[in-house]
Design a protein around this ligand. Structure first.
Ligand SMILES: [Zn+2]
Length: 254
């Protein structure tokens, strides 16, 4: 048996049982194994990890720990750039794009509402989801840790909350997206892009009251759905305002 000492930092502790959180613990295993394999057998999906130090020096996922080595594992630093340190994965796709699994339909719609390219795997099996995220260079969003442990997944985030609004704010914080929000740029239904359209061109699609009260319209270039200022009043309008306010608070405090 080989034995190393692990310590996980910050929100990575969410994946650990209480007795392993916020402290160093010994981990015994039959070697040799990569640090990625060891982490994942402890319960940590690799896409959540941004930095691994072994004996104080940064290492990659394939590092094979020496006996007794002390291994410190860090999550993505939402406020801190890891400049000068070797990265565990290529840079995030720019602009960022997401793939939400079948349980996250509402989160997918919220992300689209804020203008983020988000596809949704309604009935897609796990192996195909992992493949699609990889091939289309999308960040895989899921609550399924097992799915994130698949080695094809380069970018991924495990949603801790079951509440769609909390999930949305967690994604915005994790990927620092508050200043990239562009409401009404994408279709909430299909992820198509919204283009300005003349009122006359969509008149036949409008309800009588909408015809009367609104003059500025956008139309989805994929499914044809028509949006107007008033189409997102109420809950959705408030959500956009809350995101903007949260973004401003962060800008002032940081
Ligand atoms: Zn559409």
């Amino acid at each position: 048996m080989a034995e190393v000492t692990f310590r996980f930092y910050g929100e990575l502790n969410d994946f650990l049982p209480p007795w392993r959180r916020g402290r160093s613990f010994a981990y015994a295993y039959n070697g040799p194994q990569s640090v990625k394999h060891l982490m994942e057998s402890i319960g940590l999906p690799h896409p959540e990890v941004d930095l691994i130090l072994a004996g104080g020096a940064p290492v990659g996922f394939d590092h094979q720990p020496r006996k007794g080595e002390r291994i410190a594992v860090y999550p993505a630093f939402s406020e801190l750039a890891l400049e000068g340190l070797p990265s565990l994965r290529p840079p995030l796709p720019e602009p960022i794009a997401f793939l939400a699994d079948k349980h996250l339909g509402r989160l997918a719609r919220y992300l689209r509402l804020l203008g983020f390219d988000t596809t949704y795997g309604a009935d897609t099996p796990d192996d195909i989801l992992a493949e699609r995220a990889h091939d289309e260079n999308r960040v895989l969003l899921t609550r399924d840790r097992g799915l994130l442990k698949r080695s094809l997944v380069l970018f991924g985030y495990c949603l801790r909350s079951t509440d769609s609004r909390e999930q949305l704010f967690a994604v915005l914080r994790r990927y620092r997206l508050f200043d990239k929000v562009q409401p009404w740029a994408r279709c909430m239904r299909c992820n198509g892009r919204l283009q300005p359209v003349e009122k006359a061109a969509v008149l036949h699609l409008l309800e009588p009251k909408t015809k009367l009260y609104y003059d500025t319209f956008r139309q989805c270039d994929a499914c044809g759905r028509v949006y107007w200022e008033g189409s997102h009043v109420g809950e959705l309008g408030r959500l956009v305002e809350e995101v903007r306010e949260a973004g401003q608070k962060r800008a002032f405090s940081g």
